[in-house]
Each structure stands twice: as structure tokens, then as C-alpha cells.
Design a protein around this ligand. Structure first.
Ligand code: ATP
Length: 455
């Protein structure tokens, strides 16, 4: 059962330490958020799940972690300095700034209803900086507005160092920055965010097949994260709305609390990106309309084993936002249940691999030396499984601990009581978040139980 509104999620996120407004103490930075103690775990777990499915489970995708700042040349040849912009409209009366393509009527201010508004003008979304101590135009750099561009720039390095056969992919997760005209809807549209991007390089002529393959595989992946397929609408982006280099794009649109909106885009990008960055463009029979490049020192081509010809691979790009993924996962996990005694409990029913805390170990009595020692030993043993955060919580209030751990989505709580330390064999109580069932199990079997639970 998803949240009733974004506010419900925002409030839980703040109360329980998932997400905070950045710079709140000075009034808050618009479009920037900080991930708190539980948020950082959730976000890392989501990124890890993506990395596992892309890089570890496949042998035809390699990982990359590139620099965040890119040179002016890179973003000029990629097309970003000219075209990475959104149409901006200013209201001359109330000074509100609006994104023209999000307005119902571009001649009327959304805030005050005035018609005294400017015509739309292009506003470049990239954050600029200077590389080195001199603030001159030659030293301009940009905070990357997507992780993709450095993947293209490293195409030849990865190709030469790992010798993959086409088709193959390069995957990257990391920060991206966009100076959005209007940042809104919590972490849905922010100015600093993270992406999980794959660039899949394939032979021209096979791109439609691969586009379908990645569409299916991404929908399956979201389902494994607890975001069901029937909550994701696949928009086959109409030709008029496509970027000029895109042959076809599928937008995965999820039913967010604020409305149905883009979670991930899967674009078929032809040879545009590698073609733009390539040296010797004229010899390469590039199909996309690219910028003439006389500055690159690298040919972005591969040799066709059958024909002996050099060609530039086509690209399929599944590109997902981590923050949007976090909202979708939180929203799907969010559950309010009425219990038999009429009280309500709020539970985050995360898939176990995404839960910020995997197991909480709770003593029946806090500060009891023997109980605390046993708890710590259990924590140490469970940590060896490498599942993520195992929390020893020395509060001594079991009821409160269960409620708190339901609300932050901890799948299992282990309680150590007096029987555990006094009786042989030592037994603990293990409580399941979703069923609320409690089982007594031997401490000697606990590690195996937990390992199997998280398999
Ligand atoms: P939108 O149309 O919503 O502005 P986009 O089509 O420009 O998004 P892409 O350039 O395709 O987005 O970026 C890939 C993914 O990165 C998006 O599907 C989204 O999940 C994420 N993303 C893009 N911009 C933002 C942002 N400002 N805040 C959070 N996530 C973003």
C-alpha cells in the first residue's frame, strides 16, 4: 500500500533519519538534499543491487568511476553547451521562474495569473566552474549533468584494456548536477542527484533487439526492488518529443505520490555520442548528425571481424535516477496496517536486500553485562555474513524497538533475554517484520537462519 501523499513520505524520511533538506539550518538549499543514517544505507543498497545486476551478474559489462568535472571540450563536442537547456519563462510581475514545457499556458504566470511574462528562452542547466586558479574562459569546466559522457570518453580505454567483443557495456553510478529551473517534489527533481547509467555498445542493425532486451530487463530489475511492473507505464516517446539523435526512447514512468512521472529513460542513441567524440569522422561512415571534431585524438571505432571494416557502435542507454528510485522503493514499501487490537502500525516492507538495517539485536534488559556481551557476540557473528548493517541496540524496551524497526523496515529483530544466558542450549527470539511472528531458535543456528533469510 503506497503512501497517501508525498508529505507522508517526507515526514517519515525526516523523522526516522532517511533524508534531510540540505543546509536546513540556514533556511535550506533549494533542490539539494542530504541522506541521513538510514537514507545512506538505502541508497547504497539500491546502487549495489544495480551494480550487481549490471556488472557482477554479467561478464559483458565493465564498471567505471570517472571524474565529476568535465572539460569544456568534452561538453562542447557532446552537444551539451549548445543544447542541454530547458525553456525558461519569467513572470515580470511576481518574478516567478517557470519551465515553459511544464506550463499549462505559456502566456500566463502559474503563480499570480499575470500575462506579463517573457517569451520562453533557453537556459543551460550545466553548473560551470574553473579548473585551476585562473578564472578565464579557457579554463571553464562543468559539473557533469549526467554520468554518461565520461563513459563515452573512456570507451577506447575500456575497449583496449579489457578486450571485450561487441556487444558489451560500460556501467557507472554517481553524482550528476543540473541547475533545474524549478526543483520540486521532494527528491524527485533536484539539482544534485545520482544516476545509474549503462551504455550498451552494439552493432548497427541490432539496436532494436537490444533496446527491447534492456526494456524487459530493466522492468524485471525494478520488480526485484519491490516496484511492480503494473506501477510502471512504458511511454514510447512520440517522435516529435525525441532528441534529434534518438532513434527511439522508452520512458519508464512510475506512479509517484505527486503523479505519474519518469523514473528511468531507455534511449536508442545510434552512433551519435561516440561519433561526436571521434577523430577521423569522415572515414567512419557515421550515421548520426554529429559535430565536426578536429580536436579528439582517439578513433571511437571497432573492427568488424567479418568484413574487416571499422565502424562506430550504436548505443542503448538505460539511465535511472537513484533519488527517484529511492522514492519509488520507499513508496512501495510504505504500509500502514491495522492490528487485531485496533492499533495501527507503520511498516516499511522493503525487500530484505534493500533494508537499511538487516538485523537489530536487542537486549531484554539494557546494560545487563551478560546479556549485552551475548548481544555483541551475536552482532559480531552476523556481521561476518557481510549483509550490511547489523545493529546492536542497547535500549531494553522491546516493544519500542519492534515499532521503530518496523517503521524503518528492519526485516529481523533478535532478542536476547535471561533464558538466553541462563539455559543450555542458548536460545534467542527472532521476530519477523512482515508477519510479526516470533520464533525461538538456538544461538548456534542463528547465523545459518539469517544467511538463508537474506539469500
Ligand atoms: P526529466 O524529463 O524528468 O527532466 P530527463 O528526461 O531530462 O528527466 P534524463 O536526462 O533521461 O532525464 O536522465 C536520466 C534519469 O536521471 C531520469 O530518468 C531521472 O531518473 C534522473 N534525473 C534526471 N534529472 C533529474 C533531477 N533533476 N533530479 C533527480 N533525478 C533526475
Amino acid at each position: 500500500m503506497p503512501a497517501k501523499s508525498m508529505d507522508e513520505l517526507v515526514s517519515l524520511c525526516k523523522r526516522r533519519g532517511f533524508i534531510f533538506q540540505s543546509g536546513e539550518l540556514y533556511g535550506g538549499l533549494k533542490g539539494m538534499y542530504d541522506f541521513g543514517p538510514l537514507g545512506v544505507e538505502l541508497k547504497n543498497n539500491l546502487k549495489q543491487a544495480w551494480w550487481r545486476s549490471m556488472v557482477y551478474e554479467r561478464d559483458d559489462i565493465e564498471g567505471l568511476d570517472s571524474s565529476i568535472i568535465g572539460s569544456q571540450k568534452m561538453f562542447t563536442y557532446s552537444g551539451h553547451t549548445k543544447t542541454f537547456s530547458d525553456p525558461l519563462v519569467d513572470c515580470k510581475d511576481c518574478k516567478t521562474r517557470m519551465r515553459a514545457d511544464h506550463m499549462k499556458d505559456q502566456s500566463v504566470c502559474e503563480n499570480c495569473g499575470s500575462t506579463n511574462v517573457t517569451p520562453p528562452r533557453d537556459f543551460n542547466l550545466m553548473f560551470k566552474t574553473h579548473i585551476g586558479p585562473v578564472e578565464s574562459d579557457e579554463n571553464l569546466g562543468y559539473l557533469r549533468p549526467e554520468t554518461a559522457q565520461h563513459i563515452f570518453a573512456n570507451f577506447k580505454n575500456v575497449l583496449d584494456s579489457t578486450s571485450p567483443k561487441i556487444p558489451f557495456g560500460i556501467a557507472q553510478t554517481g553524482k550528476a548536477f543540473r541547475n533545474e529551473i524549478v526543483a520540486r517534489n521532494f527528491i524527485f527533481r533536484v539539482r544534485e542527484f545520482e544516476q545509474m547509467e549503462l551504455e550498451w555498445f552494439c552493432k548497427p542493425g541490432t539496436e532494436d533487439e537490444w533496446h527491447q532486451f534492456w526494456l524487459d530487463s530493466r522492468l524485471n530489475w525494478w520488480e526485484q526492488q519491490g516496484v511492480p511492473k503494473d506501477k510502471i507505464h512504458v511511454l514510447d516517446v512520440p517522435a516529435d518529443d525525441l532528441a534529434h539523435y534518438s532513434k527511439r526512447t522508452y520512458d519508464l514512468e512510475y506512479e509517484f505520490p505527486h503523479g505519474t512521472d519518469e523514473l528511468e529513460g531507455i534511449a536508442s542513441r545510434t552512433d551519435y555520442d561516440l561519433g561526436n567524440h571521434s577523430k577521423g569522422q569522415k572515414e567512419l561512415n557515421i550515421q548520426a548528425k554529429v559535430y565536426e571534431n578536429n580536436e579528439s585524438n582517439t578513433k571511437m571505432s571497432v573492427r568488424d571481424d567479418e568484413t574487416g571494416e571499422n565502424y562506430i557502435p550504436f548505443v542503448i542507454e538505460p539511465s535511472a535516477g537513484v533519488e527517484r528510485g529511492v522514492i519509488a522503493v520507499l513508496n512501495e514499501a510504505y504500509t500502514v496496517e491495522t492490528l487485531e487490537n485496533g492499533s495501527e502500525r507503520t511498516v516499511l516492507k522493503f525487500k530484505p536486500h534493500l533494508a537499511p538495517i538487516k538485523v537489530a539485536v536487542v537486549p531484554l534488559k539494557k546494560n545487563n553485562e551478560k546479556i549485552v556481551e551475548t548481544c555483541k557476540q551475536i552482532k559480531t557473528d552476523l556481521m561476518k555474513l557481510g549483509l550490511g548493517r547489523i545493529l546492536f541496540e542497547n535500549t531494553g524496551n522491546i516493544g519500542k524497538a519492534y515499532r521503530r524497526h518496523d517503521e524503518v523496515g528492519t526485516p529481523l529483530c533478535v532478542t536476547v533475554d535471561f533464558d538466553t544466558i541462563e539455559q543450555e542450549p542458548a536460545m534467542v527470539t527472532i521476530r519477523n517484520r512482515d508477519t510479526m511472528e516470533q520464533e525461538r531458535i538456538a544461538v548456534s543456528e542463528l547465523t545459518d537462519y539469517v544467511r538463508k533469510f537474506f539469500l
